[in-house]
Design a protein around this ligand. Structure first.
Ligand code: NAP
Length: 244
């Protein structure tokens, strides 16, 4: 049975990703920074008959929490097949000249540095898998090409810290995929689309199941699947591959 760790999986896209991977037969380590919320999420899934799941405490802003999660997971399994770096925050919509630097740092800590810390902490377990997969949940807003295109539907939607944090995450995805290019790893960035969740006070038109399905697709790529790509059904309906 393949194993997957999903950060920020106690609700919304991360939770639904857990549900869909459980339905596909994966064993899910459901990451949550709040243990109680994580346990509630697990109970909900178990009540649906999806039992191959357990919660694991992991705050991506806290290296001690990440290391503790790695140790706990290492006692449960020698192999991690899939890592989904889903946890993310939006930060405010203040402009780039007005936003306090502490807010920039907070958003980068979660969306960028947190992903690096988690990836580095779990890479040894991922390397034990014959088909390891890393999915970085990004945003279409992190595309520098689209952000500079006045004809793009979301042109001008520029939350000051979020946009550069996801652009940096995209760049990390490229460098990581390149570093692992001669291995069985597939490392990709996935934009789940503008989705109806707490993240945007439920303003998004997309559904959580559709968003999670996009993430799941990259989590289950076979040996011939792509690596080092930026998938976005919203921004590239024909190819599914977004410009960086
Ligand atoms: P959400 O409803 O706000 O859920 C975010 C999840 O991340 C929650 O479980 C939250 O935990 C967790 N989280 C936040 N900070 C964390 C930390 N430091 N450590 C561990 N977990 C943390 O957001 P969502 O809409 O599901 O978004 C999921 C991902 O999709 C994010 O990376 C986001 O950038 C991306 N995305 C979303 C949209 C959209 O329209 N929704 C569009 C593009 C990309 P708590 O419950 O404890 O807060």
């Amino acid at each position: 049975m393949k194993t997957v760790l999903i950060t920020g999986a106690n609700k919304s896209i991360g939770f639904e990703t857990a549900r869909q991977l459980l339905q596909q037969g994966y064993y899910v380590y459901l990451g949550s920074r709040d243990l109680q919320k994580g346990q509630q999420a697990v109970s909900q899934l178990q009540a649906e008959g999806l039992t191959q799941v357990e919660s694991i405490g992991i705050d991506v802003n806290d290296l001690n929490s990440i290391k503790a999660a790695r140790n706990i997971l290492g006692q449960k399994t020698a192999v991690l097949d899939v890592l989904i770096n889903n946890a993310g925050i939006s930060g405010g919509v203040t402009g780039p000249l007005e936003m306090d630097i502490s807010e920039f740092r907070q958003v980068f800590d979660t969306n960028f540095f947190g992903v690096i810390d988690v990836t580095q902490a779990f890479i040894d377990l991922l390397k034990q898998s014959p088909e390891p997969r890393i999915v970085n949940v990004t945003s279409g807003l992190g595309s520098l090409t689209l952000q500079s295109d006045p004809s793009w539907i979301y042109y001008g939607i520029t939350p000051a810290a979020y946009v550069p944090s996801k652009a940096a995450l995209n760049a990390y995805t490229i460098t990581l995929a390149h570093h692992l290019r001669e291995t069985p790893f597939k490392v990709n960035a996935v934009d789940p689309g503008y989705t109806d969740t707490d993240f945007n006070h439920h303003s998004g038109p997309g559904t959580v199941p559709d968003a999670a399905a996009r993430v799941v697709k990259a989590a289950i790529f076979g040996p011939d699947g792509p690596t080092g790509q930026f998938f976005s059904d919203d921004n590239a309906p024909e190819t599914g591959i977004s410009p960086w």
